[in-house]
Design a protein around this ligand. Sequence first.
Ligand code: ATP
Length: 607
Amino acid sequence: MTNQNTLWQSLGRLYPHVKPIIPRLILGLLCALGASMMALAIPQVLRVLINDALAEGGSARTVWVASGVVLVLGVLEAVFVALRRQFVIAPATTVEMNMRTSFYRHLQNLTVEFHDRWGSGQLLSRAMSDINLMRRWMAFGLIMLVVTSLTVVMGVVIMFFTSWALALIFVAAAVPLMVYGYRFRTSYSRVSRKSQDQTGDLATTVEESVHGIRVLKAFGRSREALEDFEAQAEELRQTEIFKARSLAHFSMIVTLLPELALGASLVVGVSLAASGDVTIGALVAFFATAAAVAGPVEFIGPLLAMTFTAKTAIDRHYEVMDSENTITDAAAPVHLGAARGDVVFEAVHFRYPDAQDHAGDVLNGIDLRLRAGETMALVGVTGCGKSTLLQLVPRLYDVTGGGITIDGVDVRSFTLEDLRTLVAVAFEDTTLFSTSVRDNVLMGSDATGAEADRILAEALEVAQAQFAYDLPEGLETLIGEEGLSLSGGQRQRIALARAIAAQPTVLVLDDPLSALDVATEERVEEGLRAVLGSTTTLIVAHRPSTVALADRVALLQDGRIADVGTHSELLARNDHYRYVIASLDDEEIAQLGRAVRPELDDEEALA
Ligand SMILES: Nc1ncnc2c1ncn2[C@@H]1O[C@H](COP(=O)(O)OP(=O)(O)OP(=O)(O)O)[C@@H](O)[C@H]1O
């Protein structure tokens, strides 16, 4: 993931973000420049003071005037520094917020396949610390780098005017500094990249451990997890030490060389003053200017380090921002009026992008037809591709061959918004957001007011999630990561209610009842049967009781639909189906015998 952009290419990518605040940055720059000029002017006042006021015949009035001027210059310098902050900080934080928002928007748009590949900590560190580093560089590093460089250049020019011979000694010291600076740039950029990547990996580890804390505790692996974390933290520490040493070394050279030049020019300067080639006032002004320039020169090291760190942050930021979203709206989207909900899979192929070369397609020519309003169970051995097939309907992944249509329209011909309004999903592994029960359930619904209340109440009833009314603050109770912890079954019922409340034309359920007890599952099924009447439903079933919900069952085997029919038909004619069903427990099979509906027909089986 290393980025080969040059420093200028990387920094240049910030331009569109910086563009709106350029006038403010220029004002900030002028203020910073003003502050530097005030600092550089003070030695010149000293020169006048020494040459005129302290010379024979000098007046006390000149001393007072010079002191007054120094005071005014000092106050002006402080005012300029304050103004610089005033001009730059607020607009730079706006840029930071906008960049973070567009980063978040982009993450939302990127495909599930992208999120499969990227560690959450890497994305977190890019969203938080990298963007923060960019803002700090924009608001401070960039301005100070320009001002510091200009200050040094102006200081050296003044030093040349004061005494060109002494100034030459200073300029000679700059040559090795530049050579060293070039080498520093390469090594520091590399270590800075390593440190930021390791920070992201560490964040991923924290995130995983926090999510998996129960597993770690239950398996008594907390100590091992801590040891792994310590090892990773130690690696980061080593990188940080190397980084700090590298900067310290560079700063030492940057400080030392001008100091050596100062020492050499002191020797030369005193002899020039003794021979009368320079005045005492000029000598004092020269060294006072050199002292005023020394600060900015030393500051260049940390500023360059900040610039290289910002470059790394920009590169990391754009690695995500440049990732293309391959699942997008159709160029000329089709809008269905009233959708019926006929779903057809035609010769559907799919393979994951990171699949091994020798591995075949997970889905290898799926042909399946769901009639509008039909409920179809999808059954197959574990890992055969049931969840994968489901995720193709709302285009969480795109088919790699063939196509899926709803009412004869390819799912890729809808806008994503339309498609995801038509299709709602509930997965076995439920995700709830840190908001109220109400907002979690109504996430996929645009209804408001009394209509929303009615939909909410109905969805909670069908999903047997009435427990939500008894939560501490009823439906307003905060759930999700930052809220009240719910049981697995409670979470599943909220997620199911969310899918129902979306009132979709096509409902895709990935074993949504797995965590429920048999009695609750039975009640949910009764409710579902009532609402599924007009909804086409494809439901992954791992339990016979879930199969009981379905009008027909599709058997997925070796990447194809091997058979379609009622449960009893498949039991009677298909060995593989019997094998899959035999792996289910006896009690559930007994329950299936009671629950399965007799009036099923399969006139439209395999397409
Ligand atoms: N994001 C992914 N990237 C690469 N391969 C994946 C990904 N998700 C699943 N797979 C692989 O695809 C195959 C099908 O997985 P899938 O989850 O669809 O099976 P499943 O039938 O739903 O399994 P189960 O019944 O255990 O839930 C498996 O071999 C799995 O390892």
